[in-house]
Design a protein around this ligand. Structure first.
Ligand SMILES: Cc1ncc(COP(=O)(O)O)c(C=O)c1O
Length: 357
């Protein structure tokens, strides 16, 4: 019997969530965002499970793009951070990896390259203030890119800063500014991430770029994923490896800063920050034991967490423990741990076996 910590991956849920993106943005093509190892699910597994239903994939780097090619993925792959050095350009052209262009150095490198045939995405900064050209500068950059011999096709991209808040005026302004820019240039455009797909229909345009919603995370502030028709793809689970009767006042775990308020059973589950469970999850973070909620107690260790089993007097070694996923929304755990669902998923470490179910 091996250590019971594992991530169960529900391919049916992934496909269903992808269909939700399609249903919301019926006239758009869909670039499935699979960077950071498919948000922790395994990039190749995600790409293979979606198969040819995705029109393209989005990753961060040429290395991630090549992982998809080595896994046999044939669709176009967009490099959302662009290329980092001109040396990468021949490989990008050969492998149909489509870089985002967000600074002058990249434009110059493209202008100086010959014999290549690249599709590139010109990044326009409409308010995120992270990557991209100011809308005032972008028309000239678009002209330069179209004139570059290495560039076969230019598309436009921008990115939302806070689309998770429906009706936010800053998001509406990003949409208006992007549409204004696009109106004057015949070019394919992409703006919507998951939140844009679900809450901002005028942002759908030619391409949408869902990430978190594919994995069953809610991209809408204050709404749980199930209410938007999304299903969790990853269920992180383990089992109880000890159940100990403790006395009132017993300190539990490192630092001893949590003490038993009365005589009580304390469970130990085999999962910890070495697996990606957040170390900063405070006592009271919910987990499921035998399908029922119990709170954590004490600090998260590298390989274990401790649980208040007062509500489960019959819990035994071997009983199942769910950290998030089916029956326990990711967002709830993220909120308790002071983080976001994205980070929880991306942090699941290599030692957790991913098991497709
Ligand atoms: C440029 C870009 N597009 C799309 C996405 C997908 O965003 P989300 O996971 O919120 O749908 C990301 C993710 O960070 C991104 O950086």
């Amino acid at each position: 019997m091996s250590r019971p910590a594992r991530a169960l991956l529900d391919g049916g849920a992934l496909k269903l969530n992808f269909q939700q993106a399609r249903l919301h943005a019926k006239s758009s093509r869909v670039m499935a965002v699979v960077k950071a190892n498919g948000y922790g699910h395994g990039m190749a597994w995600v790409a293979h499970t979606l198969g040819l239903s995705a029109d393209a994939f989005g990753v961060s780097s040429v290395e991630e793009g090549m992982q998809l090619r080595e896994a046999g993925v044939s669709q176009p792959v967009c490099l959302l951070e662009g290329f980092f050095s001109a040396d990468e350009l021949p490989l990008l052209s050969r492998e149909r990896l489509e870089p985002v262009i967000h600074h002058d150095g990249q434009v110059k490198a493209l202008a100086a390259s010959k014999g290549l045939k690249l599709t590139v995405w010109l990044k326009v900064d409409t308010g995120m203030h992270r990557l991209g050209f100011n809308p005032a500068a972008a028309p000239d950059v678009l002209k330069q890119l179209r004139a570059a011999p290495a560039v076969a096709n230019v598309r436009l991209m921008s990115h939302f800063a806070r689309a998770e808040f429906p009706k936010d005026p800053a998001t509406q302004k990003q949409i208006d500014d992007f549409l204004d820019f696009g109106r004057n240039h015949r070019v394919e455009m992409s703006l919507a991430n998951s939140a844009g797909i679900l809450s901002w229909p005028t942002s759908h345009l030619d391409w949408v770029r869902p990430g978190i919603m594919l994995y069953g995370g809610s991209p809408v502030a204050g709404r749980d994923a199930a209410s938007i028709g999304l299903k969790p793809v990853m269920t992180l689970e383990t089992a109880l490896i000890a159940v100990q009767p403790r006395k009132k006042g017993d300190p539990i775990g490192y630092g001893g800063d949590w003490q038993c308020p009365e005589d009580m059973p304390v469970g130990v589950a085999a999962i910890g920050y070495g697996d990606g469970y957040p170390r900063h999850a405070p006592p009271g973070t919910p987990v499921l034991v035998n399908g029922r909620r119990v709170p954590t107690v004490g600090r998260v260790s590298m390989d274990m967490i401790t649980l208040d089993l007062r509500s489960q007097a019959n819990a035994r070694v071997g009983d199942p423990v769910v950290l998030w996923g089916r029956g326990l929304p990711l967002e709830e755990v993220a909120e308790s741990a002071g983080t976001i669902s994205y980070e929880l998923l991306c942090h699941v470490t290599e030692r957790i076996p991913r098991i497709a179910v």
